[in-house]
Write a protein that binds this ligand. Structure first.
Ligand code: PHE
Length: 341
């Protein structure tokens, strides 16, 4: 038979011990000791059955209070132990804010991006919008709309990467101009930068993927004079004051077509290795938009005329910075890239 008059002492004793407990494990053991199946407080619950009936209610409440007090004490102590542990952890990992920082290498803008930005800046300044398009294209946008005949060699499996029958990796960014004309009405001025793909074996001057910037201007009375004026201005800004010339050429989508040369800026036109002794350096292809292209995109080719141009960004960068191998751009060699900070 339990002596209920000693229950308060038992609780006092328990609270004292709990307060000194140093770990969560110790607390678990104490919980068993007092509140477990055979615990010291639990035994009082069991004794209630044999207590005189008229005292049972009051005694029951007393035991309940005892259990409550011990449960509270356990919870309070557990919280304190957890906080202590956290404090210790934080203390151990303290950051020393007085330590000097570790040097952090600064990146550079890739030379191709620099040249691309420069080109786009120049044309933006002349009122051209920069327009982007997908690299995976329909062969209609890439070839048919641009007046390539069905048997044109550029469509060859040897030259173009085919994804499916009528789906290709674009071989130039001209399809972006086709898309633009299909969705906008003239007048318009756009430049289309982006990666293009051709089935080339890489060597010093060929890469299977490279960057282009192409441009297009369409309106009423747009003439070859504007083509020359605009591209001359562009060439002077990019390569410095110097002569330019336009040589007759051929593209399916322009008529007449031309290649544009700048006077060799390495030798001034005397003839050197860079210009292969010719005194001139070719920088882009251009021409008046063929009326068949306007037909394909639904422009009235009696009313509108236009001109277009296209250039390889790697080639421009190689010329401007005397880089002799196109593969250097993609090799990620910091010794190369850091030269163009
Ligand atoms: N699309 C041509 C190419 O990829 C470049 C070009 C564009 C030429 C516009 C003339 C006019 O080579």
């Amino acid at each position: 038979m339990q002596d209920f008059s000693r229950l308060d002492d038992l609780v006092q004793q328990a609270l004292g011990i709990i307060e000194k407990a140093g770990s969560e494990n110790e607390l678990k053991e104490l919980k068993v000791t007092y509140l477990g199946k055979k615990g010291k407080v639990t035994s009082y619950f069991k004794a209630l059955g044999s207590a005189p009936a008229q005292e049972r209610k009051a005694l029951g409440q007393q035991v309940n209070r005892a259990r409550q007090a011990i449960e509270n004490a356990l919870a309070v102590r557990e919280e304190a132990i957890k906080l202590d542990a956290l404090d210790q952890k934080l203390e151990a990992r303290k950051v020393d804010v007085t330590l000097p920082g570790r040097p952090f290498g600064r990146g550079t803008v890739h030379i191709l991006d620099q040249v691309m930005d420069r080109i786009l800046d120049l044309f933006s300044g002349l009122g051209f919008d920069v327009v982007l398009g997908p690299e995976v294209e329909t062969s209609w946008n890439n070839f048919d709309a641009l007046n390539f005949p069905p048997d044109h060699p550029a469509r060859d499996m040897q030259d173009t990467v085919f994804i499916e029958d009528e789906i290709v990796l674009r071989t130039h960014t001209s399809p972006v101009q086709v898309r633009t004309m299909k969705s906008r009405k003239p007048p318009l001025r756009v430049v289309c930068p982006g990666v293009v793909y051709r089935r080339d074996t890489p060597d010093a001057t060929h890469a299977p993927a490279f960057f282009q910037v192409e441009g297009l201007m369409v309106g009423e009375h747009v003439s070859f004079a504007e083509l020359k004026g605009t591209l001359n201005l562009f060439a002077r800004k990019l390569f410095g004051e110097g002569d330019t010339r336009f040589r007759p050429s051929f593209f399916p989508f322009t008529e007449p077509s031309a290649e544009m040369d700048v006077r060799c800026f390495a030798c001034g036109g005397e003839g050197c290795a860079l210009c292969k002794q010719s005194g001139w350096i070719e920088i882009l292809g251009c021409g008046m938009v063929d009326p068949a292209v306007f037909d394909a995109v639904g422009y009235d080719n009696e009313k509108y005329t236009g001109w277009a141009f296209g250039m390889g960004v790697e080639r421009i960068a190689m010329l401007r910075h005397a880089i002799d191998d196109i593969r250097l751009f993609a090799e990620n060699d910091l010794r190369f890239l850091k030269q163009f900070v």
